[in-house]
Design a protein around this ligand. Structure first.
Ligand code: NAD
Length: 357
């Protein structure tokens, strides 16, 4: 294992990359902020065309994790890791163990979890070489995706309420981009609530499963973002909302699980200008990490359910504050997260740990 760079750039505390010739691992870990606790964040594996794209993802995703945990009231900082490679072709036990060794170098400042392209089983393999892993203990842990989907469902209701003055989903139309772990469960919540669900996936198996099990209507991946609907729910990859796509949207609410849905900060204002209610991704998709935290603390099912309910209230207060101040919802959500960070008496978890050692 060779550590290529260790830099403190942008607003991040630490960004490190590694290339391990033996296992084929090329990966980046970004720690954005550890003011509230160790940086917790998923490990994304994706066949990035360029290393710069992977770095950008790690930087943006780790920042989102800081805000997500702060808004959800969790004792975690924000971090994220990315592995450059195709999970279907390149993922091997040796590569995952090398990733564990990489994580271990940070001595607990970063705690790895599953994300797109990695699974709880992968976390078990990573756990062979580091103990700084969450999501690997079969006894404690369930797949976080249903909890994430539940939080998104409650956020959708908050968005619907703001636009239509009712949170009933009966007869409302929702277009879901990505019917994977979260998208499938979300489609189930929505169809059970009487919504008309349109869905799209580039993976034919996932699309067919949702069509057969839930009766969703399939839409082409090229058209799903522009499907006329009440709610658009991006549940695949980030940066799908940019100047070009926003101009063509035919929805009133955007509420989905995907991280970093806005390509740039300006897109927040573009959505507001089009009168589209955007439920900020890091506020609405916190259900998984909230549930992991409560499972790890052996919380009862009522406490876990209450914690997820809080996401709906949090999204509602962001939307309300944005409306009353006439600014973008993302801007308000960031301000609310920073209020939480500033209210924290600790200043830096890693420095405190270093001082304590
Ligand atoms: P997943 O990989 O299981 O599902 C994503 C699905 O999107 C896949 O089925 C994939 O084929 C599909 N997809 C990819 N590109 C597409 C495109 N252009 N058009 C249509 N479909 C496309 O991932 P997931 O766990 O369901 O997570 C979805 C998103 O939510 C990711 O961005 C993830 O980071 C975010 N997220 C997930 C969780 C969680 O608990 N799983 C928590 C927070 C955020």
């Amino acid at each position: 294992m060779r550590q290529l760079t260790a830099q403190n750039g942008t607003e991040h505390e630490t960004v490190i990359t590694t290339k391990d010739a033996d296992s084929g691992l090329t990966a980046i870990i970004a720690i954005h902020n550890t003011q509230l606790g160790p940086a917790v964040g998923g490990c994304r594996m994706f066949p990035y065309a360029q290393e710069a794209h992977a770095l950008r993802d790690a930087l943006r995703l780790s920042q989102g994790m800081t805000y997500k945990s702060a808004l959800a009231g969790l004792p975690f900082g924000g971090g994220k890791s990315v592995i450059l490679g195709d999970p279907r072709r390149d993922k091997t036990p040796a590569l995952l163990r090398a990733m564990g060794t990489f994580v271990d170098m940070l001595a607990g400042r970063y705690i790895i979890a599953e994300d797109s392209g990695t699974s709880p089983d992968d976390m078990r393999v990573i756990g062979e070489t580091t103990r700084h892993v969450t999501g690997s203990n079969a006894q404690l842990r369930e797949d976080p995706s249903p909890a994430t989907a539940h939080g998104v469902f409650l956020g959708i209701k908050a968005g619907i309420r703001q636009v239509f003055d009712t949170e009933s989903l009966a007869g409302r139309s929702v277009a879901i981009q990505g019917l994977g772990h979260v998208g499938y469960h979300l489609a189930k919540y929505l169809t059970n609530a009487g919504a008309k669900v349109y869905g799209s996936d580039i993976n034919v198996e996932n699309l067919t499963r949702a069509e057969k099990d839930l009766g969703i209507t399939a839409v082409s991946p090229h058209e799903i973002l522009f499907q006329p609907c009440d709610v658009l729910s991006p549940c695949a990859m980030g940066a799908v909302l940019d100047e070009i796509s926003i101009a063509k949207l035919q929805t009133q609410v955007i509420a989905g699980a995907a991280n970093n849905q806005l390509a740039t900060n300006e897109d927040d204002e573009r959505l507001r200008a089009r009168n589209i209610v955007y439920c900020p991704d890091f506020a609405i998709n916190a259900g998984g990490i909230v549930d992991i935290h409560h499972q790890n603390n052996n919380a009862c099912s009522d406490t876990r359910a209450e914690a997820i309910e809080h996401i709906g209230h949090s999204v509602a207060s962001i939307l309300e504050r944005a409306r009353s101040q006439a600014v973008g919802t993302q801007k308000i959500a960031v301000a609310m997260a920073e209020e939480q960070l500033n209210a924290c008496p600790q200043k830096n978890y890693s420095l405190q740990r270093a001082a304590a050692v």
